[in-house]
Design a binder for this molecule. Structure first.
Ligand code: M6R
Length: 613
């Protein structure tokens, strides 16, 4: 969380930094700030609230002929989201500033120590400690002072430092929080928490690893090991995303655009990975051969939030097609429980960003215990992809809306392919069946593309009766149960309506007590092998006067006897239902939030990438 941007180069720094921050605002939007060098001095602008407020304050300073600077968009951890707590934070002299993403765990004792030495603090943040600590060590060598300061710090950090003593240079350090450099011979060098900030300027990037320090000037970007001090030869990676992919393209919100991009996300994720003549799935990037697959006797799926819901769906698929037992864990629980893991266990992490702190910690533990680690990830070069033994990239493109949509659908697509791959290696599925299943996955992209406009229209006309409710239940059975959870998460995170997802069969074990004429319930009732059971559960809700929305199979006239609010979806293979049934749930959440006037892409209190515990 928090977005950091830095620039040294021939362009005017303020517009470059603001453009970068705009593309990182999904990481945090409690406050924002910028600093640049003018006539040898540091000029700082900060504001609580979103970037737009900072831009209003900056006004004409946008044209300052300055070429070195830093910017920050904050997701508050220590200290309220006020202007005083906004980054950059200065030392006592105002000649040195720091921007930071992460948490300095021992900031309290450091702050007391520094105060005793006479340092004066002006914010409640953990970050400000860093500025004073560097100041404390600084004589005339900034890099040594930074090294000394970070050696005192416990916690996670990606930091950028600017000092008037070296006005054309930025210094950055990374430990457990993402940091990427953008390099361009023509346009200079950049620093950012994530790739979208760099896309308007360069596609050539260098990913920093933990305990690395970078020195940036307009001419060069050098990376050093913090422990040995030696200069490192880092690989320059070319990113195949472009700047337009991170724009709204005429849609009102990124979330809506990303919902409509889902057919393409499925196609991109599947394409080239399954041979539609032989049915063979090829995933060389996971680095698992037949012998290794044969040895796997248990699979752990580890993830957070929406990615955890993708894992829950995958459990149904993997157990059905491969016969391997699967455990699904929320990463923040996984990392602190007693794990029975050895080299026969395969651990699969699922993460859009590849930077989620708990998921990363989880795979590190599993790796230490001897497990092979595969990650399903959307961001090329992210920390998780670098630490896993193998990565199946989802090719969803940049996802900017805080609510995960196309990332989820492409995670499901990648997990389904991985399931087929493992089943093939284990000889648990014939190539003919695999081919059929692969085609079903490919076809689902076309079905969603065709149905999306109709689903949106139908949802728009039904939400009038539901958009101002206080609570909402989502229910589903079997492989669609996780979609009920996902539907509820989407609705609550962007509309602030209290929503819960339940397995339909669980209702009568408690939640049914909530049902009355004011309780809306969205039920997923495809004609699958548990259809009759699902319908019985819906009848139980109806008998208690619950207000029902049904999502079911085209041609199922019985649903109209239960409620007027039915959205029909084409009949597809049972195992593909979770992908298809996600679509109306996402649109319902979007349309309700939009109708309520909520900030759909940047819901309160959230950040897209949760890089702290
Ligand atoms: O980047 P990750 O997939 O690891 O992120 C995990 C969750 O933070 C994320 O899915 C979150 O739940 C979404 N905002 C939900 O829409």
């Amino acid at each position: 969380m928090c977005g950091i941007v830095g620039y040294c180069g021939p362009k005017r720094v303020v517009p470059v930094v603001l453009e970068g921050l705009r593309r990182l605002e999904y990481r945090g939007y409690d406050s924002a700030g910028i600093v640049y060098v003018k006539d040898g001095k540091l000029v700082k602008h900060r504001s609580e609230g979103k970037l737009a407020r900072l831009e209003a304050i900056i006004g004409d300073a946008i044209i300052e002929p300055s070429h070195t600077g830093l910017g920050h968009t904050r997701w508050a951890t220590h200290g309220a989201p006020t202007t005083e707590n906004a980054h950059p934070h200065s030392d006592c002299t105002g000649n040195l500033v720091v921007i930071h993403n992460g948490i300095i765990e021992n900031y309290h004792s450091l702050r007391e120590e520094l105060k005793a030495k006479g340092h004066v603090f002006s914010s409640e943040t953990d970050t400000e400690v860093l500025a004073h600590l560097i100041e404390d060590y600084l004589e005339d060598d900034l890099v040594s002072a930074i090294k000394n300061a970070v050696s005192r710090i416990e916690g996670s950090y990606a930091i950028g430092v600017l000092w008037t003593g070296m006005p054309d240079t930025l210094v950055a350090v990374r430990n457990q929080s993402p940091l990427v450099l953008g390099v361009s011979e023509e346009d200079g060098n950049f620093l950012a928490s994530d790739i979208p900030a760099l896309l308007p300027f360069t596609k050539e990037v260098i990913f920093l690893d933990d305990m690395e320090l970078a020195i940036l000037t307009a001419e060069e970007a050098k990376v050093f090991s913090l422990s040995t001090g030696e200069e490192l030869k880092k690989t320059v990676t070319t990113i195949d995303w472009n700047a337009a992919m991170a724009e709204k393209a005429g849609f009102k919100h990124f979330m809506l655009k990303e919902i409509f991009e889902q057919p393409q996300a499925i196609t991109n994720t599947v394409s080239g990975r399954i041979n539609l003549e032989t049915g063979e799935v090829s995933l060389p990037e996971v680095g698992l051969d037949e012998e290794e697959v044969q040895k796997i006797d248990r699979i752990f799926l580890v993830a957070c939030g929406t990615s955890w819901h993708a894992a829950l769906v995958a459990k149904y698929w993997i157990e059905k097609f491969t016969g391997i037992p699967v455990d699904v864990d929320i990463a923040s629980e996984f990392r602190y429980r007693h794990l029975i893991i050895n080299e026969r266990v395969l651990t699969i992490s699922i993460s859009q960003s590849g930077e989620t702190a708990d998921t990363l910690a989880g795979i590190r533990i599993a790796k230490k215990l001897g497990s092979k680690i595969i990650t399903i990830c959307n961001v090329v070069g992210s920390t998780m992809t670098r630490e896993a033994h193998g990565t199946v990239y989802t090719h969803a493109g940049p996802e900017i809306g805080v609510a995960s949509t196309k990332a989820f659908i492409s995670q499901l697509s990648a997990l389904f392919l991985l399931t087929l791959f493992i089943a093939q290696q284990k000889k648990m599925i014939s190539l003919a069946e695999s081919n059929e299943r692969g085609k079903e996955l490919i076809d689902i992209a076309g079905i969603i593309e065709r149905e999306l406009p109709r689903i949106q229209k139908e949802v728009q006309s039904l939400i009038e009766g539901f958009y101002d409710c206080r609570d909402f239940l989502f229910v589903g059975r079997g492989v669609n149960f996780p979609i009920a959870l996902e539907g509820a998460l989407k609705l609550k995170e962007i509309s602030y309506i209290h929503a819960e997802g339940y397995a339909s069969g669980e209702l009568k074990h408690g939640p049914i007590a909530l049902i009355d004429k004011d309780m809306p319930v969205l039920a997923l009732v495809p004609q699958d092998h548990v259809y009759q059971k699902s319908i019985s559960n819906v009848e139980e809700i109806k008998a208690r006067l619950g207000r029902i929305i049904l999502i079911g199979t085209e041609g199922d006239e019985h649903l109209k006897n239960i409620t007027d609010d039915v959205i029909y979806l084409p009949k597809v293979s049972e195992m593909m239902n979770p992908i298809l049934y996600t679509i109306p749930a996402q649109i319902l959440a979007y349309e309700i939030a939009n109708r309520r006037g909520c900030d759909v892409d940047q819901p309160r209190n959230l950040a897209k990438s949760v890089t702290v515990e």
